[in-house]
Design a protein. Sequence first.
Length: 128
Amino acid sequence: MTTVDAGSPNASSLAAAEQGLAPVIYFDFDSSLIRPEYHGTIDGYAKLLRNDRQRRLTIEGHADERGSHEYNLALGQRRAEAVRKALQLLAVNDDQLEAISYGEERPAVQGTGEEVWSKNRRAEFRLQ
């Protein structure tokens, strides 16, 4: 298993870290259901965005390498949209949110096997 070096932390991840918020959540295989252990993360982003209406959040959906390119793009989009909808239900303005998909194109970890794939089934948060 090889981890991809994302370089130094960006302003987005630093802002989230200051608030104690994880920059990523993970999903089960072939699922866009937000797992219960990430509800606190979603709540934290909602609070941050409600308290500062100038902030924007891009939610990037990702998938592991299994499945077709088209399927994985759609799955990544469903994951990003699930997070977006959860934030909207917590009174975050839709104009503060953007949901995009990278499918399998930007793996967090290179390789094969469940340990690798589980790290690539994710949604990443980019605060602006």
